[in-house]
Design a protein around this ligand. Structure first.
Ligand code: SF4
Length: 324
């Protein structure tokens, strides 16, 4: 095992919603509920799950863009939730985010040059003429033309806008990037170009990624390890090849069964899950997956399964993992 750059320890993020305008009663949304894992330096961990699984909320809590309800996130051994606003500001240079939607994540009133220069100015990394040179250098590194420095985001295609978002994230030379569905808003033909760019930049800058996606094809392409979330909890976690060849949780199996296989000789039976993801306000008792699970037994409805290490490095939260 290499050294962990990020350690997520028992993180919870609950949202409290008033039941009505004049009511004192509250609903509790357990968006992230007692999640722990770590990310080794230079690795890419994929965080997958359907919409409503809590993956995007968790990504934001890890960067402290959202305050946690409980738990710790250690970045190079430092508990980021204990840092003052000033200390956190300094640390931000080293932890960046790439957003899903390149159409709304860029300020339409700023030129591309100013957008990419902004984090360099905020963190006082370079100034003056050197600043423009650095920005042009980064633009060219991500496949944009330096001559586009004074153009505005609306003048670019979706793929180019995502390159601008990536340039802004890598400009301050971070160590860790949360990439939140970075290609899901793009045409399939452009997705591979952006993924390859992220892989190249990772090698060049020795970056560590947390890659959030609902698309297992994409996660398989870029990630070393995969964490599967369902209703705010981790249900399975393993190294990529192990997870794809030996998925143990029924939810992971269902997700994988929907991924097209390249080899026509390989036959995979599609598992269709019944029902929708339950509301995170009304999480089912016991194993929260039990209303949709084809293997459900009585124990599943009563006891919350723990995340257990079934094989070295392969964790699963299912009472019947050894049987099914
Ligand atoms: Fe299915 Fe039971 Fe395992 Fe939950 S604990 S995934 S309901 S078999």
């Amino acid at each position: 095992m290499g050294e962990s750059i990020v350690e997520v320890r028992n993180v919870k993020k609950y949202f409290f919603l008033r039941k009505g305008l004049f009511s004192r009663k509250q609903d509790v949304v357990r968006a992230v509920d007692d999640v722990s894992f770590e990310i080794e330096q230079g690795m890419t961990v994929g965080l997958v799950g359907e919409s409503g699984s809590g993956k995007t909320t968790l990504g934001r809590v890890i960067l402290r863009l959202l305050e946690p309800t409980d738990g710790k996130v250690l970045f190079n051994g430092v508990d980021i939730f204990s840092l003052s606003r000033m200390e956190m500001r300094k640390l931000r240079r080293r932890m960046q985010i790439i957003f899903q939607d390149p159409f709304t994540s860029l300020n339409p009133r700023m030129t591309v040059g100013d957008i990419i220069a902004e984090p360099l100015k905020i963190h006082r990394i370079v100034r003056g003429r050197e600043l423009k040179e650095r920005v042009i250098d980064i633009m060219e590194r991500v496949g944009l033309r330096g001559s586009d420095y004074n153009r505005y985001p609306h003048e670019f295609s979706g793929g180019q806008r995502q390159r601008i978002g990536i340039a802004r994230a890598i400009a301050p030379v971070p160590e860790f990037i949360v990439a939140d569905e970075p290609v899901s808003a793009l045409d399939v033909s452009i997705q591979a170009q952006i993924l390859n760019l992220l892989i190249e930049l990772q090698k060049e800058y020795k970056l560590t990624y947390l890659f959030i996606s609902h698309d297992l094809r994409i996660v398989r392409y870029v990630c070393d390890e995969i964490v599967v979330m369902y209703l705010g909890k981790i249900v399975e976690r393993a190294e990529k090849d192990e997870l794809f060849s030996n998925p143990l949780h029924p939810y992971t199996r269902a997700l994988l069964s929907a991924v097209p296989v390249v080899d026509p000789q390989t036959k995979r039976r599609r598992i269709i899950l019944s029902g929708e993801v339950p509301s995170p306000i009304n999480i089912p008792s016991g194993c929260s997956f039990h209303p949709r699970c084809p293997y459900v037994e009585n124990v599943c409805k009563e006891l919350v399964p723990e995340l257990r290490e079934i094989k070295p490095g392969h964790f699963v939260s299912c009472h019947l993992a050894e049987k099914i």
